[in-house]
Design a protein around this ligand. Structure first.
Ligand code: ARG
Length: 311
């Protein structure tokens, strides 16, 4: 099987849990439990915070949960700031399936300012609708290169004491840099998602090590980096994808993939946010704060008023 059904498997697990409540399970959950092999029979990817602790209010200030219209968590994301603009950053594989189909924006919603993804909202929970999804034009579902996407909201989130946009990296990560990861993903490779937000400390693993023959063997692209530990134990996992990896109050990367979770020799792989600053800036500037149909409607109304006053 060539394609990587990351999003699909994510989606499946939640549909599975929901379906289970009604005793009607017929979702292809096996996807999720099994690694994807390449043509030589080697494990290619295993789509699945391991070794984390519970986050407290304000610990992870820009994290959001990308959800279906039914409030099912799909992926993480980050409310970030670049210049004076803010938007949501996530992974392209969270919004595009293996065939290249974009997730319909009307079926998505974004949750912010809540430590829990439980159905009963926390005191501060904010929910937003999606105006536009823009995956990176060169995202490649086969090898997960350029695994980054932006989500534009219909109305911005409100900044609170516990929730605020985080600055997009102004410099690239360096080897062994200390970083923080967080998410509602699996707590073990074959585990279940966490209702409460978990977080952990990791460090950047030098590329020569994690991309070597005993590790990813060349599969970490030039604009991605590894973080975690070669010894295993602390890692992101299924459901954490799209979430941010931060360091010194900056968003340095996006959770992309890994072989298993927390395995020895296989730290997590993250899209290097710094490398994509140019694309992010361009995309944010190209996107007006209000949507085009609103502009058109307002223009028509003004033109009509103007025309009336002329005659
Ligand atoms: N691709 C996974 C997701 O869709 C995230 C995997 C991260 N894995 C890892 N071992 N760091 O949620």
């Amino acid at each position: 099987m060539k394609s990587i059904h990351l999003l699909f498997s994510n989606f499946c697990v939640f549909t599975f849990f929901i379906a289970q409540q009604f005793h009607s399970v017929n979702c292809e959950v096996p996807h999720l439990q099994q690694p994807v092999y390449d043509s030589d029979g080697n494990i290619k990817f295993f789509p699945r915070i391991v070794g984390g602790t519970k986050a407290h209010e304000g610990d992870v200030r820009g994290i959001v949960s990308i959800q279906t219209w039914k409030n099912e968590h799909i992926c993480g994301g980050t409310w970030f700031r670049i210049g004076n603009k803010t938007q949501i950053l996530t992974a392209a594989h969270c919004v595009i399936d293996s065939k290249g189909h974009l997730f319909p924006k009307l079926l998505l919603q974004i949750m912010g300012d809540d430590l829990s993804i439980s159905k009963s909202p926390g005191l501060h929970r904010q929910m937003r609708k999606v105006r536009k999804i823009v995956p990176h034009p060169y995202y490649n579902p086969e090898n997960l290169q350029n695994d980054i996407a932006m989500i534009f909201l219909t109305t911005q989130f409100k900044e609170t004491r516990t929730f605020a946009p985080i600055q997009l990296a102004t410099r690239s990560v360096v080897d062994n840099q200390a970083c923080n990861i967080a998410g509602w993903g699996y707590t073990a490779e074959n585990g279940v998602s966490s209702i409460e937000l978990l977080m952990a400390n990791v460090s950047v693993v030098p590329r020569e090590i994690c991309n070597g023959a005993f590790s990813y063997n060349g599969r970490v692209g030039p604009y991605a980096f590894c973080a975690g530990s070669m010894g295993g134990g602390i890692d992101t996992c299924q459901g954490d994808s799209g979430g941010g990896i931060t360091s010194q109050n900056q968003l340095v990367g996006v959770v992309s993939f890994g072989v298993g979770c927390g395995r020895r020799n296989f730290p997590g792989v993250y899209t290097n946010a710094y490398h994509y600053r140019g694309w992010i800036e361009k995309t944010i500037n190209a996107s007006p704060a209000i949507n085009q149909s609103t502009v058109l409607m307002l223009a028509t109304v003004f033109a009509a008023i103007f025309a009336r006053s002329m005659f």
